[in-house]
Design a protein around this ligand. Sequence first.
Ligand code: PDD
Length: 376
Amino acid sequence: MPTPLPVAHLNGSVVPAAELRVSVFDRGFLFADGVYEAIAVYEGRAFRLAEHLSRLARSLREMRIRDPHDPQGWRALIEALVASNGGGSMTVYLQVTRGAELARDHAFPSGAAPTVFGCCFAWPGPPEALVRNGVAVVTQPDERWGRCDIKSTNLTANVLARQMAVDAGASEAILVRDDHALECSSSSLMIVEGTTVITPPDGPQILAGTTRNLLRELAPGAELSWSAEPIPVARLRAADEIWIASTTREVLAVTRLDGAVVGNGRPGPMWQRMHAALRAHVTRFVAGVTGSAAAIIQYPVVLPLKIIGQAAPGLRERVLALVAAHATIETESVRERQSGGARYLSLTVNAKIESREALEALYAALRASDDVVWAL
Ligand code: PDD
C-alpha cells in the first residue's frame, strides 16, 4: 500500500502530509465534487506533464470549477512538491474540489474558493512480476456516470469494480456497457489484432488516457498501426493480445480474461515491442533528450537509439561510425531492418554514453548527418 511522502501541498502552503486537514464541509467530502490527476515522476522529472495539466484544466472547465493556477503555476507547485520530497521516482497526486462553505446545498456555493491538495507517493514503477508475467482481468458492467471523460473524484463505481476484480483474484476490471468493452476501473484498454492496436474511440464514456496517447505516438516507431474502433465483448475475447495502460501501470499485458487464457498465457510479441518502445522513451526522457528541463541522470548510461536513414550503400557503416565517435556500441545489440518499402533503413543500437556532453554531441552529429532522416 503506497504511503504519502512527508511533504504535501494544501491551498498554497507546504504542509507535512500527516498534518493535512480540510473541512468536513468541503464539497469534495460531501459530494465528491472535484477532479484529480495522477502524474508519474521519473528521476525527479514529471512525465507527460503538459498532457496531464491540459486534462486537468479541461476537467475543471467541464465541472465549472475555477482553475486556481495557470500551467506555469501548476508546474511550480509540482516541482516544489517533488523537490521537497527529495526527487527520485514517485507519483504526484493532485486534487481540486469546489471548496468548502458552512452549508450543504447541491447548487454551487457563492463564495467558496477551490481546495487545492497535492501529495506524492513513493513509486518504483509497476511491479516487476506484473510486467514480466502479465495480469489477470475480469469484465464487469460499467455502472459509472455519463461523463467518464472528466477525471472526477467521484469514483464509487470504479472502486466497486476494482474490488470485484480483487475478490476474483484479478488485477483490473474491464468495464462493459451495451456489450462494448470501454476501459478499466483505473486504466485504458487496448486490444491487438495482428499488428494493429485497437482502442475505443474517445467520447464521454472513457477517459482519454495520457499513457494510451503516448503509446499511440510510439506505435509507428514500434512498427504497429493504431486504430480507434468500438470493441464488442466478442471482439475482446477473440483478440490476439489485450493490454491495459495507465500512469502507474505503464503498459501491462493481460494474460487471463475472466479466467480464460489470453494467447499462450504469456505477454505477447506486440506487447513486447510496445513495452520496449515505452521503456526506451522513458529512458530518453530521463536523459533529457525528449524534454526541455535539465537532465538528472547518472552517467555512464546505456541508451537504446533508433536511427532511420535513406537506404544507400555503406549507410550502416557510416551511421555506426558516427555513433561510435561519441559512444560505445554494444555490438550484439545492432539490428537493422528496411522500412517504407526499401527506401529507408532502420538501425537500432544500444550505445553506452559517458556524459551529457557526449550525448548532446551525438544528437548534434546525427541531426547534421545527410544520411540520417530521423533519430530518437
Ligand atoms: N487512473 N481510465 C481511467 C478510468 C483511469 O482512472 C485512468 C488513470 C486511465 C489512464 O489514464 P492515464 O494514462 O492518464 O493515467 C484511464 C489513475 C492512474 C488513477 O486513478 O490513479
